[in-house]
Ligand binder design. Structure first.
Ligand code: DOR
Ligand code: ZN
Length: 345
């Protein structure tokens, strides 16, 4: 097969940042994607419906002329989030989900939740009104090995929460382990998972073998190869509980290439090419549409995009820029370490 037409995809987990960075990166998403769930971890974070409304306006202003793109806004859950504000955000159609960052889990997450009990009133309201919780599924306690953070989160935070509030709809974002995949598969209802482009392609060797490679460092950190294989199997299976959330997370190069580099991989620009490669290798090109364009909208109660995009397999590798130049500085583009032949027409 050398040509594939699918419904326009969506990105169910995206960092767009703000200001010059937002302006520099948004076109890489709006070129291919119809909608994206926008992460709220700005400095300061997007915590109220009013913050989200203002941020949405800044995003819409930055969309390149001619592109149709709908940002789906989220709120950053804190121990002080007001249930009434969240409900108003959902009712007004502005808020698609609320995001849980355990405090300290990743970039700009120090204002996240330390004590889940304190977040219960808002989580109970969300369960009542049918507003999904997106979770960054990692514990941050120093005794837990960074490669075990996801498995421990499932056992000590996520499973108890889901038992306490079975009606709460939870998206386990950027699943990186076989444990996560198995946990989602074992749930009877109200649990789904997004998978990033890069976690389908790299394992932890990409970060550490032959020298330290900061552009492959993200959180949750890539795991062993057996975990990557479990992610590929889930993504390409057609199972409606798994869908694309790129977690494309731009940082300027000086903040990645230093003594304490930021977590985040920038994949917006070549995600569809990377995914076509992965799905083709699995003999599953016919399931790419489910993963990238159909399963996500179904989970979030939306219609698939009406438009389509067409992917073409070229004889020569497609040339992507090595860096996205932005007004904030250069951002290195994800290199999958193999040539990409699929191109969005
Ligand atoms: O690698 C990551 N980068 N993981 C996250 O959870 C946050 C993101 C960012 O905002 O840079
Ligand atoms: Zn993220």
């Amino acid at each position: 097969m050398t040509k594939l037409t699918l419904r326009r995809p969506d990105d169910w987990h995206l960092h767009l940042r703000d200001g010059a960075m937002l302006e520099g990166v948004i076109g890489d998403t709006s070129r291919h994607f119809g909608r994206a769930i926008i992460m709220p971890n700005l400095v300061p974070p997007v915590v109220t419906t009013a913050d989200a409304r203002a941020y949405r306006e800044r995003i819409v202003k930055a969309i390149p002329a001619g592109d149709t793109f709908e940002p789906l806004m989220t709120l950053y859950l804190t121990e002080h989030t007001s249930p009434d504000d969240v409900e108003e955000g959902k009712k007004s159609g502005l808020i698609t989900a609320v995001k849980l960052y355990p405090a300290g889990a990743t970039t700009n997450s120090h204002g996240g939740v330390r004590d889940m009990d304190k977040a219960m009133p808002v989580l109970e309201r969300m369960a009542k009104i049918g507003l999904p919780l997106c979770v960054h599924g990692e514990v941050t306690t120093p005794e837990v090995d960074i490669f075990d953070r996801e498995a421990v989160f499932i056992e000590t935070v996520l499973d108890p929460l889901r038992k306490r509030l079975p009606e709460l709809k939870v998206t386990m974002e950027h699943v990186t382990t076989e444990n996560g995949i198995d946990y989602i598969r074992s749930a009877e209802k109200n649990l789904a998972g997004s998978i990033t482009t890069h976690h389908l392609i790299i394992n932890r060797n990409a970060i550490l073998v032959g020298g330290i490679k900061p552009h492959y460092y993200c959180l949750p950190v890539a795991k062993r190869e057996n975990h990557r294989l479990a992610l590929v199997k889930a993504a390409t299976s057609g199972d409606a509980r798994f869908f694309l959330g790129t977690d494309s997370a731009p940082h300027i190069d000086p903040l990645k290439e230093c003594g304490c580099g930021c977590a985040g991989i920038y994949t917006s620009i070549n995600t569809m090419s990377c995914l076509a490669h992965v799905f083709e290798n699995e003999g599953a090109l016919d399931r790419l549409e489910a993963f990238a364009s159909l399963n996500g909208p179904t989970w979030y109660g939306l219609q698939p995009n009406p438009e389509t995009i067409t992917l073409i397999k070229r004889d020569e590798p497609v040339d992507f820029p090595k860096k996205r130049e932005t007004g904030a500085g250069p951002v290195t583009v994800f290199d999958p370490l193999f040539p990409l032949h699929w191109d969005v027409a």
